[in-house]
Design a protein around this ligand. Sequence first.
Ligand code: RB5
Length: 144
Amino acid sequence: MKIAIGSDHGGYDLKQELIPFIQGLGHELQDVGCHSRESVDYPVQASLVVEKIETGEVDRGILICGTGIGMSMAANRHRGIRAALCHEIFTARMSRAHNDANVLCMGARVIGSGLAKEMVREWLQTEFEGNRHYRRICMFSAEK
Ligand code: RB5
């Protein structure tokens, strides 16, 4: 799968740790930044990731900031983006199974890297169940 990943300074260290992990799962990863712990504005990285989804350059995105809140708010401003803010494995899995989430948002100041890796693994391998869930996302998704 083709995936874009982005973070602000609050999510930088976790992003750097997730990059080799995701590549090790066999996915093609594009890192849109940020590229240091220097303070940046999270809507910039959120836009860079979701634009790659909108153009079809990647299949899904992962966004990390301090809490994940700003990233999820910014990403969900884009039509066709279904960004899920998750901090444990059950909601990460269900965001795929029931909501067809195409962006996973996490807060690096909320969870540790071990949990984040298992969430990402689960999120990347869980398929959308469709059927009644498809009807429901059609009710708010532009491209469905
Ligand atoms: C940056 O300090 C912090 O506000 C940001 O990483 C994020 O948590 C915003 O939602």
